[in-house]
Design a binder for this molecule. Structure first.
Ligand code: CDP
Ligand code: MG
Length: 141
């Protein structure tokens, strides 16, 4: 099946474990190698308010509190990327939510730890990408 090429933006967060493990360069390198274009990047100090807004859809879920604790354990790096069908393609490169089940060669398989410490966030639709980019890059509005 050939997908019609649609240029999209996506929001990818390098979570605190990515910085902790010193694999930021490897992740950015991999995303660039896929042909994705980096359009914005910044270091975000831990902020409960920002993360609660970003992850509002998960509020109240059984994993939420421990997940937030992990996300607040250190700074993260917010990135914005552009590319054809990038939302799905970047999620393919990132791999399944549980790092232990992520396909060989995906970022989470290579550098993730488990279901929670899974290295990166990638937007799951073009509309969530726009919502997430607005939260992380207010100044670009
Ligand atoms: O990130 P992804 O879209 O693959 O997964 P999600 O279902 O949207 O969950 C958001 C994040 O919550 C995951 O990336 C995990 O870091 C975390 N999570 C967790 O801590 N425990 C779970 N049982 C499921 C997800
Ligand atoms: Mg998600």
């Amino acid at each position: 099946m050939t997908l019609t090429a649609i240029k999209q933006k996506t929001c990818i967060l390098l979570k605190p474990d990515a910085l902790e493990k010193n694999v930021v360069g490897k992740i950015l390198d991999r995303l660039e190698s896929e042909g994705f274009k980096l359009v914005a990047i910044k270091l975000i100090p831990p902020s409960k308010q920002l993360l609660e807004q970003f992850y509002a859809e998960h509020s109240g879920k059984e994993f939420y509190e421990r997940f937030m604790e992990f996300m607040l354990s250190g700074p993260l790096i917010a990135t914005a990327w552009e590319g054809e069908n990038i939302v799905q393609r970047s999620r393919d490169v990132i791999g399944a939510t549980n790092s232990k089940e992520a396909k060989p060669g995906t970022l989470r398989n290579l550098y993730g730890t488990d279901n929670r410490k899974n290295l990166v966030h990638g937007s799951d639709s073009p509309s969530s990408a726009l919502r997430e980019l607005k939260i992380m890059f207010r100044e670009l509005d």
